[in-house]
Every structure is written in structure tokens, then in C-alpha cells.
Design a protein around this ligand. Structure first.
Ligand code: CTP
Length: 394
């Protein structure tokens, strides 16, 4: 992703220590450099070697180990960090930092850094409810430390309640949005549509398509990371609700049409990456269709072309469409750009199996109404999203 940022992850001694591996793996995929500091107790849960292998950096566990470089390690990591993430943050580390104690590598580095620090607490529910822990957390918040609140659920000790480490995807998203230094869309309102729509046939069956929503979600997240206020209108997908985005779930073309139109006026940029069904079943059967006949004919009728409607209604909005094509990519995309009165169109060739639908990668050509064109290499969808906003040049 072109990041050359460093996140120092402090792993403390808790059963959720292994979950730091998921976050490291997420961040590494975005080319973020990771340095891990483990407390002594953390090494009883996961070995330093595991973190070393995944972060591809030496793991620091001991403040008085022979220095690997001339710099004093806790000072050098404190300076090197663009952000520190403490995961899992135990009651112990929270208590130590809140009370100015710096007696090991992790607490010393937290104390010495000027970078933002995020604590992701995970602990027994009674510990988390303890007023001393609450007081320490409040004190740290007042001093500008950040927290990702734990969720509720069944904890490793068998208790049920608050104290479970927040979703690691949420933690990674927060880290990325805090690390991100391009905040060029803070004044913008962005509407993104994603995923497929469905046309119900009877109470159990429907017609749909292969869209997974990944491209649209990546666009919505990119806009969020750049500071925009994002509304995501999503057809049915298995993707998690992205943090910090207003997600509106819809199923049919009509529901998407209504929601998009309801929000259109207030938007600056509208990106229609959803794979909207063009046809719907003429006669929905309220009863389940029985297999009584050898042949079954279902008549389809044309449904709304949402993007075309937006092209007619648009005033100040920058309107971006997608074109999924199996042949004559550029010609078909140019025609859609003109016919639907778009400002930009993102065209992708859906015949390639390692890009497009369901893949994490995409290979697209972006065209503007002024005849500009960029031909991007195959890259992760998040990077396509970034290139798109760079091109739109908001
Ligand atoms: N789109 C839409 N409403 C539809 C169909 C498509 O808003 N009923 C939008 C899609 O979100 C996408 C763009 O139009 O941004 C192009 O979608 P695509 O399926 O490639 O094109 P169609 O216009 O449906 O044309 P065709 O299927 O004939 O290629």
C-alpha cells in the first residue's frame, strides 16, 4: 500500500496474546513494518519466535539484553513507532502506565514514545468491571491514550461478560485509519454501493449474481481512511460491517434504488460498485413453487437502472460507475460512461479468474469523461480504491 510506517505492538500476558498474530498479519499485508515487544508473561502464552517469524523482525523481550544496535532499544523503538498498539492490554499494563511505572521494556517504551498509543484491553469480566481498572482507563483517556473497548461474550475462563478482546479486524481498521496521513477528503460525503442485489422468486428462492462486495467495501474504507463521511448501501454479503461507516443493508434493486435516491442529494461523490440485477421476476409467487412440471418458465422484466437515474438527477455530484465486461472492455465502458452521464467509470474484465468477483485483487482501467484513462496493474482491491480516489483528485 505504499506505507512505510512502523507500528510497535506490545503483547502482554493474557490468553488473547495469540490474537495479536491476526492483527500483525493484517498490517503486514499493507506493508506496515511491525516491531513486537513482549512482556515476560506474554512469552508464556506464545513464543517470541512466532512473533518474530510473522513480523520478520527481532522480538524484544528483555530490557537488558545485549543491544543489537548502538541505540538504546526502548528509546529507539519509542522513536521509530508511528503508532503503538498494546494487545492484549492487561489490567497490569493499564495500571502501570496510568501510574507512571516503567519497569520493563514495554512500559518504558510506552512512557518514552510520542506516537499515539492504542490499548486493546482483554481480561476477565470482573477485572474489567473493577473500579480501579475503570479509573485507570479514564485517567489514560484523559491523557490522550486511545482505547478499543472490549466486547462482551464468553471469556476463556468460562465467565460471560465484557472483557473479550475487540474484533481483530476492527482493531486493524482503527490502526490503519490512525496511521493514515492522507486526510484529503475530510469535507466530503461519499456514497458507495456494494455487493449483489437479489430478485426473489418465491419465499425460498431468488436470482442473484457472484458479487461479494469486496471492491465496494474497500472503496468505502479508503474514503473513510481519507477522512470522508461515508454511507455504504450494501446488498447481501458475508463481509463484516466496516468500522466508522454508515452501513445500510438492502436486498433488492428496488430497496437499493430507494435508499440511494434518499441519500443522493447530500453527497459529493457517489460510487456505484454494486452488481445490481437488471431484471426481476415478473410474478413473485408468495407460495413455494412445487416441482409439478417438467419445464418451469419464469418471466423476467426490466428493473431500475439506478446509475442511469443518478446520471439524470446529478447536480454537483461526482458520479462513478463500474463496468463488468467480458469483451470489448474499453468500448463498452466508454459507452456506459456516456449513456449514464458519468464522470468516471471503472472497467474490469471479468473473464480472468484471479481478479474480479470474489478475489482480493482486481485489474481495472479507469476512464474519465474528459478522455483520460489509466490502466492499472493487478493489485489488491484496497489499492485500486486508493488509485481511484487519487485519479478523481478530490
Ligand atoms: N447499475 C445500476 N443499476 C442497474 C445495473 C447496473 O445502477 N440495474 C450500475 C452498476 O452499479 C455499475 C454500472 O451500472 O456501476 C454498470 O453495471 P453493468 O452491470 O456493468 O452494466 P449494465 O448497465 O447493467 O449493462 P450490461 O449488463 O448490459 O453490460
Amino acid at each position: 500500500m505504499g506505507f512505510s510506517k512502523t507500528v510497535v505492538i506490545g503483547v502482554c500476558g493474557g490468553i488473547a496474546a495469540y490474537k495479536a498474530l491476526d492483527v500483525i498479519s493484517d498490517l503486514k499485508k499493507k506493508n506496515i513494518n511491525i516491531n513486537v515487544i513482549m512482556t515476560k508473561n506474554a512469552t508464556k502464552f506464545v513464543t517470541p519466535l512466532t512473533f518474530q517469524a510473522l513480523s520478520q523482525n527481532m522480538v524484544v523481550t528483555d530490557m537488558f539484553a545485549e543491544p543489537k544496535a548502538w541505540e538504546i532499544q526502548h528509546i529507539s523503538l519509542a522513536k521509530k513507532a508511528d503508532l503503538m498498539l498494546i494487545l492484549p492490554a492487561t489490567a497490569n499494563i493499564i495500571g502501570k502506565v496510568a501510574n507512571g511505572i516503567a519497569d520493563d521494556m514495554l512500559s518504558t517504551t510506552i512512557m518514552a514514545t510520542k506516537a499515539p498509543v492504542i490499548f486493546a484491553p482483554a481480561m476477565n469480566t470482573n477485572m474489567f468491571a473493577n473500579p480501579i481498572v475503570k479509573e485507570n482507563i479514564n485517567k489514560l483517556k484523559q491523557h490522550g491514550y486511545n482505547f478499543v473497548s472490549p466486547s462482551s461474550g464468553r471469556l476463556a475462563c468460562g465467565d460471560v461478560g465484557e472483557g473479550k478482546l475487540a474484533d481483530t479486524k476492527l482493531i486493524s481498521a482503527i490502526v490503519c485509519s490512525m496511521l493514515y496521513d492522507i486526510k484529503d477528503m475530510t469535507e466530503k460525503r461519499v456514497l458507495v454501493t456494494a455487493g449483489p442485489t437479489i430478485s426473489p422468486i418465491d419465499p425460498v428462492r431468488y436470482l442473484s449474481n457472484k458479487s461479494t462486495g469486496k471492491m465496494g467495501y474497500a472503496i468505502a474504507e479508503e474514503a473513510r481512511d481519507r477522512g470522508a463521511k461515508v454511507t455504504l448501501i450494501s446488498g447481501p454479503t458475508s463481509l463484516e460491517h466496516p468500522f466508522g461507516i454508515n452501513v445500510i443493508n438492502v436486498k433488492t434493486n428496488e430497496e437499493m434504488y430507494n435508499e440511494v435516491l434518499k441519500h443522493f442529494d447530500s453527497q459529493d461523490i457517489v460510487i456505484k460498485s454494486a452488481a445490481v440485477a437488471d431484471y426481476k421476476v415478473e410474478q413473485y409467487s408468495p407460495k413455494k413453487i412445487k416441482k409439478n412440471n417438467e419445464r418451469l418458465e419464469i418471466k423476467l422484466i426490466k428493473d431500475n437502472d439506478i446509475l442511469k437515474k443518478l446520471g439524470e438527477l446529478k447536480t454537483k455530484q461526482i458520479l462513478v460507475g463500474f463496468a463488468a465486461e467480458s469483451n470489448d472492455l474499453i468500448e463498452n465502458a466508454e459507452a456506459k460512461l456516456r449513456n449514464k452521464n458519468l464522470d468516471y467509470i471503472v472497467a474490469n474484465d471479468i473473464t480472468s479468474s484471479d481478479t474480479g468477483f470474489a478475489s482480493d485483487n482486481n485489474k481495472v482501467v479507469i476512464l474519465s469523461k474528459h478522455g483520460e484513462i489509466i490502466n492499472l496493474d493487478k493489485m489488491p482491491k484496497k489499492m485500486v480504491a486508493r488509485e481511484l480516489f487519487n485519479f478523481i483528485n478530490v
